[in-house]
Design a protein around this ligand. Sequence first.
Ligand code: SF4
Length: 259
Amino acid sequence: MTDLDTTKQADSDEKEKGTPTVTRLEPTTELLAEIESKSQELETATPQEILSWASERFGPYFAMATAFGPEGMTMIHMLSEIAPETPIFNLETGYQFQETLDLRDQVNQRYGIEVQLITPELTVEQYEAKHGGPLYEKDPNQCCFDRKIKLLQDVSRRLHAWTSAIRRDQSSHRAQAPIVGWDKKFGLVKVSPLANSTKQDVWGMITKYDIPYNPLHDKGYSSVGCWPCTRAVLFGEDERAGRWSGTAKTECGLHSIDD
Ligand code: SF4
């Protein structure tokens, strides 16, 4: 498997000196023009065509992040056929449901793909001890930063482009997502092959190809994140209403476009 471990190995010497081996992409005028043009061109492409382009364009420096949602599971299925060498990683906050983590094994059994777990520096126990209890109760933004954003910042040092399975119709915020864009927060090109897909498209593919999915979806959890910040949704509620319910927070920050 050509994965992040391999790249880590390659730059381990340099990392010790604090210098990543992978030369970071700079958002030059030429690069921004290229991805804007490609994004428009790919508006009518299939998710498979978008993934094919991205894996060819960015080669070993292209990776997928997944929280094992239904959208991500369909993309893993596609990548297993198009570019199975693509590194796939999960930001393992330490607060994920066991049902979510179990999908990692199912992916391995079904596709022979090992999803890499990226973990924070501190365990949950160490982190809660440091903050005098669970930070998700007092400051979920900081908790998401420490246990998600920071991890992707670290991974991004070894990449040029990343992909995730967001859909534009999931929220008004995600409606702005381009197919291909410059992600200034992480200094990467971001590819969203499912931007134009619908919930029906995703579940239709899961059914058609018998793709594994999180059993929590059958218990009313339409969107699954960390267990302390996720609840099942009620009939008629928005599909992301169960995330950080009762607070103004709607995103962990990984997919924020305006900051
Ligand atoms: Fe922490 Fe909740 Fe964010 Fe998970 S979703 S990192 S538990 S605040």
